[in-house]
Design a protein around this ligand. Structure first.
Ligand SMILES: [Zn+2]
Length: 362
């Protein structure tokens, strides 16, 4: 076990608010104490950044690849490489996110998933597909799309840690798969879908609890057919993902989502597929279709703040809320995992701490 670590930055996100004069003591892999003037054991290491800010480490529920490492592109899958890249962006835990692929391939990826690398914690997989609607496939490979199958679901569940599963609820067989996956403890997410409001609502009744990159790869909100977007805004029991890269959502739409859902229902996600494609912040197919972002979650938090979301809410949407969406805790509260990001005055990542150990420092 590593030595206790005292983090001093001046400000910290505690109980949903940014407070002054708050230090954080980490020991034995958890947050030990939070507050001003903490008594610390003699062996304690101190990490200090004046004019900084401490927040729970970021949690990215939807990330495919970053800095050329991950689950797409050459050399994939490379989850340890992805974990290291994510730590440089303040991410302390993540779901390794697959794209639509034959079930046998997904089984292999799941079987090879292992935590324990140096970097962010891999909490398991987010399977984005293959049970997605062809009409809303976006950049997902169309030839890999399939209809939901209980047999295939059991193969996937047996292969490795499926934490989240994105599917289109209007597909034949989806209801049974949603119910079975939810019963197995998987967070069922709705996305890449043209479902109407009623079908989306029935999916929630069957156990779905999350909406994948809300507004992207689904019909827009219509006042006579609210659709999946309308269900997401309307139903308090679902969390929603937002890609705040500045390309996938207009700043006003992120503000609307935050106003409608509040900071405890909006999860900032990167949806990063950064595999060294030249170009803009978002990866695009040759026809212009958006194919995920090229930014980290730290940039999404900075964007949200720049677009008018209060700092405490933006930090919450990057950490506490996505963690809670998968039944985890990300908070500067005694007993919570010792996963912390130390930010400078510009919200750039200065240090990332995982399990009480600095895994990346600028
Ligand atoms: Zn997607």
């Amino acid at each position: 076990m590593s030595a206790p670590l005292l983090l001093k930055a001046g400000r910290a996100l505690v109980d949903g608010a940014v407070r002054d004069d708050v230090d954080v003591l980490l020991a034995d892999g958890v947050v030990n104490a939070v507050g001003p003037g903490l008594a610390v054991p003699p062996s304690t290491q101190v990490l200090e950044l004046s004019d900084g800010l401490l927040a729970p480490g970021y949690v990215d529920l939807h990330v495919h690849a970053l800095d050329g490492h991950g689950l797409v592109g050459e050399g994939s899958p490379d989850v340890p490489g992805l974990a290291r890249a994510l730590a440089t962006r303040g991410v302390t835990s993540f779901l390794a996110t697959t794209a639509a692929a034959p079930v046998a391939e997904l089984v292999q990826v799941l079987a090879g998933l292992a935590d324990g690398g140096a970097g962010a914690r891999c909490l398991g997989a987010h399977l984005e597909g293959p049970w997605l609607a062809a009409a809303k496939a976006g950049a997902q490979p169309r030839d890999a799309l399939a209809l939901p199958s209980l047999t295939d679901l059991e193969r996937l569940l047996a292969a490795g840690p499926v934490v989240m599963l994105t599917l289109a609820p209007e597909l034949e067989g989806a209801q049974a798969v949603i119910a079975r996956a939810a019963a197995a403890g998987v967070v069922v997410a709705l996305g890449h879908s043209a479902a109407g409001y009623d079908v989306a609502g029935a999916a929630v009744a069957a156990g779905a609890r999350h909406v994948t990159h809300c507004f992207n790869a689904m019909p827009p909100l219509h006042h006579r057919e609210p659709g999946l977007v309308g269900m997401a805004l309307d139903r308090g029991e679902v969390t929603v993902e937002a890609i705040a890269d500045g390309v996938h959502l207009h700043p006003a739409v992120l503000r609307l989502l935050w106003r409608a859902c509040g900071p405890h229902r909006v999860c900032l996600v990167s949806d990063a597929v950064d595999v060294a494609l030249p170009g803009t912040q978002a990866a695009r197919l040759p026809d212009g279709t958006l194919a995920g972002s090229r930014v980290g979650l730290d940039a999404c938090v900075r964007n949200a703040v720049a677009w008018g979301i209060p700092l405490a809410d933006a930090l919450t949407m990057g950490s506490t809320t996505p963690a809670a969406a998968i039944g985890r805790v990300a908070a500067l509260t005694p007993g919570a995992p010792a996963d912390v990001v130390l930010l400078d005055a510009d919200l750039q990542v200065a240090c990332t701490v995982v399990a009480g150990v600095p895994v990346w420092q600028r």
